[in-house]
Write a protein that binds this ligand. Sequence first.
Ligand SMILES: C[S@@+](CC[C@H](N)C(=O)[O-])C[C@H]1O[C@@H](n2cnc3c(N)ncnc32)[C@H](O)[C@@H]1O
Length: 204
Amino acid sequence: MNKTPDIRAFRPEKLFKPRNFIKPALSQKQYLEIGAGKGMHAMQFAEANPDKELIAVERTKNKFDVFAQRAKELKLDNLTPVHADALPYVVHAFPAKSLDGVFLLYPNPEPKSAAQRWLNMPFFEFLLSRMKDGASVVLASNIESYIDEAEQQARELWQLPVERKVIPKTSSRTHFEVKYLQRGELCQELVITKPEGYQTRFDY
Ligand SMILES: C[S@@+](CC[C@H](N)C(=O)[O-])C[C@H]1O[C@@H](n2cnc3c(N)ncnc32)[C@H](O)[C@@H]1O
């Protein structure tokens, strides 16, 4: 059994439902993408995995509008684009142990605000609580210090197993990934897995 992480507990009761919130009907194979941008990965994933459902959340209106329009044209019935801040959305949309996987692809690096990086946030514990045992978070970045810090936080603060991989130069999952790889930058990803029996303060 893991011990309580040394970080203040997230306060889900403080977050109101996002505007126009619709509670999603969840599937047995439910995935979540946070910060989906214009939805390139979300649409590829939904097309390639017709047996899986993806809810892809994007907070920035103009990116979301492009994503929603393209997704509508593709008529992918296993993809739900959502315009919302992921924190209140996750609080209100998902019960404990409902997610099979989470994608955090090229999150904002937040160079001046370490507290805003995903694995440094109390919210990360809540996100873990929404995942099934055995589910993984895939976190990709072109910023080595972001990956170094996230890997350390995953192992030491959250006590989670992590796999670290170099993303092949031919990969093209997101607009940011394409841009960084074309520039010759090193892109890496962490696959952070929630082990069997892992406990959080939100397992209800
Ligand atoms: C650097 S962009 C990467 C977009 C896309 N994943 C890609 O790789 O092309 C990060 C995105 O995360 C979104 N984002 C950041 N925080 C968010 C939050 N709390 N909820 C939803 N989206 C968020 C931003 O609006 C932005 O579009």
